[in-house]
Design a protein around this ligand. Structure first.
Ligand SMILES: NC(=O)c1ccc[n+]([C@@H]2O[C@H](COP(=O)([O-])OP(=O)(O)OC[C@H]3O[C@@H](n4cnc5c(N)ncnc54)[C@H](O)[C@@H]3O)[C@@H](O)[C@H]2O)c1
Length: 433
């Protein structure tokens, strides 16, 4: 819908509906349907995209999924079936006509251009800045998954586009769902209120056994692009490495406690167990020390190795007590434990976003999403290079990990050697900024 038509629809709808709530919502540019239905489009129809769509369709009020897009046809079509199955009696909210199922690299444009009020962006994160910028230019409300970028160039693109989103009063949610989880909200509020004293240090972990094995074999892949896209976790231009893709959640909590972002970091990491060529170019462990402006350190680890100590958690050490933030408790000086309700934060983040859209309230999580993405990118730059890196230098980096163009036979930013192995970053040698 072009801007003039959107304005016309707003005026026409307000006249037709006449209700105060609809008037308020439409005046605030919230949604442009002829009634109070929020029309949703989904870009990236995998596990999380389908989950996010299901949560969007489970919010209060009229909401419909009207368009889906994926690079691959099997994923786009599969998501519609999965969603109908998951939603049960709310399955009629999945109202995607065949001509609104889009595939290929331009599927995102077609979904965004198909008259949706809100678009869910849930592809691998490398594409997010491109998709976010287009959605903002098109005036859509947005829910985008974390991370929102895999390199500093992408982070800057998101921050720039978000200036326009804020001018347009678009509502933007980012999938850092701990911000919508009652236990985290209460625990961090109490830390901010000084209950554990001054925070001297933080610890953050995403140590686990790893994620899915690459599903597509080299023999079956039609091109290097298809090979990397189907196996996206193991390529940095798509994923950013697991320190960016997963550990962002824990580093984002550290930033939230500190109410800011690290000024510098150093770290070490490598690839010790997951070394087969099918595992692309990412490391299997990273350990980073982040430093905030007041000198507070966050000691962070993330590991993808089976049969080791596992923990996905965040902790703060204060002058009066310690906090197990993820566990919602204080000890060693002050004893407190969160005992309140803890609704599924994946649902609450959509409830909150959709309520803001309907009320025309301010709602924008993109700057925080961009800076927490940049924090985890800074960590990767440190482990790959072995250097101390300043945030101020990292965020200015002109090194883009992305391909120059997108097609199934495009020139790839990383290529295997004759034996199928990809170059792996070597601390002390690899240049990262
Ligand atoms: N907030 C959370 O807790 C959480 C949990 C899981 C995943 N995620 C995030 O969600 C995103 C998706 O992860 P997932 O687990 O759903 O992965 P997935 O592989 O299940 O789904 C990704 C989908 O995107 C499609 N795709 C890839 N490139 C595309 C393009 N250019 N245009 C359109 N479609 C494209 C793929 O074909 C695939 O169907 C990632 O950013 C991930 O970090 C967040």
């Amino acid at each position: 819908m072009d801007p003039n038509r959107r304005d016309f629809m707003k005026t026409a709808s307000v006249a037709a509906l006449g209700s105060a709530a609809a008037q308020l919502a439409l005046q605030n540019g919230a949604y442009a349907s002829g009634d109070d239905t929020i029309k949703v489009g989904l870009v990236g129809c995998g596990g999380r995209g389908t989950g996010a769509a299901s949560q969007a369709l489970s919010t209060n009020g009229n909401v419909k999924l009207v368009a889906v897009g994926d690079a691959f046809e099997d994923r786009a079509k599969g998501a519609i079936k999965n969603l109908k199955d998951q939603l049960g009696e709310k399955g009629e909210r999945v109202a995607v006509q065949d001509e609104k199922i889009f595939t290929g690299f331009d599927a995102y444009q077609k979904v965004i251009d198909s008259g949706v009020d809100l678009v869910i962006l849930a592809t691998p994160p490398g594409f997010r800045p491109i998709h976010f910028e287009y959605a903002v230019k098109s005036g859509r409300n947005i829910f985008m998954e974390k991370p929102v970028a895999v390199d500093a160039v992408g982070v800057r693109q998101v921050l720039e586009a978000n200036k326009i989103a804020k001018e347009k009063k678009l509502k933007v949610g980012v999938g850092l769902q701990r911000h919508h989880e009652a236990r985290y909200l209460e625990t961090i509020k109490r830390i901010h209120d000084g209950e554990i004293g001054k925070v001297l240090a933080l610890r953050a972990y995403w140590n686990g056994g790893g994620v899915w094995d690459p599903p597509l074999s080299r023999e079956k892949a039609k091109s290097e692009m298809e090979y990397q896209m189907r196996n996206w976790y193991y390529y940095n231009w798509l994923c950013g490495d697991h320190i960016v893709e997963q550990h962002i959640h824990n580093l984002d909590v550290a930033n939230w406690v500190m109410d800011g972002f690290p000024v510098r970091a150093n770290g070490m990491g490598g690839r010790q167990v997951r070394t087969d060529k099918k595992y692309g170019e990412i490391y299997d462990h990273h350990a980073v020390e982040f430093e905030y402006a007041d000198g507070t350190r966050c000691y962070s680890q993330c590991r993808h190795i089976a049969n080791c100590w596992n923990s996905v958690s965040e902790h703060a050490h204060g002058t009066k007590a310690q906090a197990d933030i993820s566990g919602g408790r204080f000890f060693d000086g002050v004893n407190w434990k969160y005992n309140g309700p803890n609704k599924n934060p994946y649902q609450v983040e959509h409830d909150d976003l959709f309520a803001a859209i309907r009320a025309g309230a301010e709602y924008n999580e993109a700057d925080n999403g961009a800076m927490s993405s940049m924090t985890s990118i800074l960590g990767r730059l440190c482990t790959y290079s072995g250097k101390v890196i300043e945030m101020a230098d990292a965020i200015k980096s002109e090194i883009s990990l992305m391909p120059k163009s997108f097609s199934w036979d495009a020139e790839m930013p990383v290529k295997p050697n004759a034996d199928g192995y990809y170059p792996i970053a070597v601390p002390g040698v690899t240049k990262v900024i």
